[in-house]
Design a protein around this ligand. Structure first.
Ligand code: GLU
Length: 464
């Protein structure tokens, strides 16, 4: 069996956006599923728009998503000698020719075509002139004039193009630089790429690319063109719909596992299953179940999947993702047993890591700040008696565990004749500043005896 070799070739003209990340993931998971190889290539031939900073931000986003590459990153800007060699190959075999038509002449050609309702295309003036290399000559591909070119697309099925519609496109400009479709094909051939999965905005480039493969005598890769990602209003996803950059989702508190799960499901399915771990996706991802219709990016679905992944991730694996959010709030948080416990009380109630860090505030704050409404309602003179009794009993409590604390509460309930709620709510506000929180017995065990007693005393002073 041959080894599947896929690739991701972003143009470094900005950050990695969610649509690009989805394409990368489809190629990466297919390579991993088939135990193949995944190649990273930076398409930076447009020297005006390409920047190293963009390339670096793309690497950063890929690394965050956990997408690693087996080869590369290759930079097209370092491969001009290879492209020149392939231009020469096509010239030598008669599949390309020099053309010296001026831009005025080309404009006139275009205008005439438009006036007669035809598709603007090169009229072949220099096709049979056997011109030699010169300073103002471009190199054109000698495209077939008749017949059809067919993409056997694994997503869309066969797409047929009439060759008469194509023209002798330029493969090398007069300044010697190669053009886009040409370098893509040379790279894909020389890198051994046999599976090309990309956005369907590239469908129209594909017949030209197929012609180049044929002229170079190379085997065609498998092509699959993914439908675009749309916003909720069914227009192409753009900034209007929200954040586009992958790292913006990291900064909002999404887990990479949730992001890859969401993006893969945006165009691929496996029965009704929504939640996938990375390992499951590697096991199950295939090209057979890629959807033909566009995926709609839905923030609510992504949030709910993120909540599921937060819940399913063991504390120690969640810690490195959560720590930046805790540190950004100035908490002295670090990996360890305390943080593990904190996470376990919050992981079923947080949609994002940012939300989780905010909910963890009381675990790290030196002095609890009370929400005014919570304090007004529960830190009142009625609470003085039970709070004072609780402090007394806790001071002599030997083990500070959920079980021990439950006994303390029971005896205070007996002595005061109050129901649990009447005691628990003031305690909750005293410990967390809020009226809603994880279970107070768990919180107390985690905060520990000193902190709990300090906070209850603080509340008593506040009431008094
Ligand atoms: N560089 C192209 C892009 O960023 C990808 C080309 C391809 O996949 O063939 O859209």
């Amino acid at each position: 069996m041959h080894t599947v070799i896929t690739r991701f070739p972003p143009s470094p003209t900005g950050y990695l956006h969610v649509g690009g990340a989805r394409t990368a993931l489809f190629n990466w998971f297919y390579a991993r599923h088939t135990k193949g190889r995944f190649v990273l290539r930076i398409e930076d031939t447009d020297s005006v728009r390409s920047t190293q900073a963009s390339a670096d931000s793309i690497f950063e986003a890929l690394e965050w998503l956990g997408i690693d590459w087996d080869e590369g990153p290759y930079f097209q800007s370092k491969r001009f000698h290879i492209y020149a060699e392939y231009v020469q190959k096509l010239l030598d075999t008669g599949h390309a020719y020099y053309c010296t038509c001026s831009s005025e002449k080309l404009d006139a050609m275009r205008q005439q075509a438009m006036a007669t309702g035809g598709k603007p295309k090169y009229d072949g003036t220099c096709r049979e002139k056997q011109l030699c290399k010169s300073n103002d000559a471009v190199v054109r591909f000698r495209a077939p004039l008749t017949g059809t070119t067919i993409i056997h697309d694994v997503v869309k099925g066969d797409i047929v193009f009439q060759n008469a519609e194509q023209d002798d496109f330029i493969i090398q400009r007069s300044d010697g630089t190669p053009t886009y479709n040409f370098v893509v094909v040379v790279d894909d051939i020389t890198m051994g790429i046999n599976t090309v999965i990309r956005g369907d905005d590239h469908v129209n480039n594909t017949p030209r690319q197929i012609m180049l493969y044929q002229a170079l005598g190379a085997e065609l890769p498998v092509f699959g063109h993914l439908p675009m990602v749309l916003g909720k209003d069914k227009t192409r996803l753009s900034k209007r719909h929200g954040a586009m950059s992958v790292t913006a989702y990291r900064d909002m508190g999404f887990l990479p596992e949730a992001m890859i799960n969401y993006l893969i499901r945006l165009g691929w399915s496996c029965g009704d299953q929504e939640f996938f771990t990375r390992e499951e996706l590697i096991e199950k991802f295939s090209l057979e179940h890629i959807g033909k219709s566009a995926g709609v990016f839905d923030m609510d679905k992504l949030l709910s999947l993120n909540a599921d992944h937060i819940k399913a991730t063991p504390p120690r694996s969640l810690t490195p993702h959560l720590l930046p959010f805790l540190k950004a709030r100035g908490y002295a948080a670090e990996e360890g047993h305390y943080l593990d416990q904190v996470i376990l009380t919050l992981n079923a109630r947080s949609k994002t890591l940012d939300e989780m860090a905010e909910a963890a505030r009381f675990y790290y704050e030196e002095t609890v700040s009370y929400e005014p409404a919570a304090a007004d309602k529960f830190l009142i003179s009625d609470a003085l008696g039970p709070l004072t009794l609780l402090v007394q009993k806790m001071e002599t409590l030997s083990g500070f565990t959920v079980a021990g604390l439950e006994t303390v509460f029971l005896s205070v309930m007996e002595e005061t004749g109050l129901k649990l709620g009447k005691i628990a709510q003031p305690v909750r506000v005293a410990l967390t500043g809020k009226t809603a929180s994880p279970g107070i017995f768990e919180i107390m065990e985690i905060l520990g005896k000193n902190q709990v007693i300090t906070r209850l005393k603080q509340a008593i002073r506040y009431i008094a």
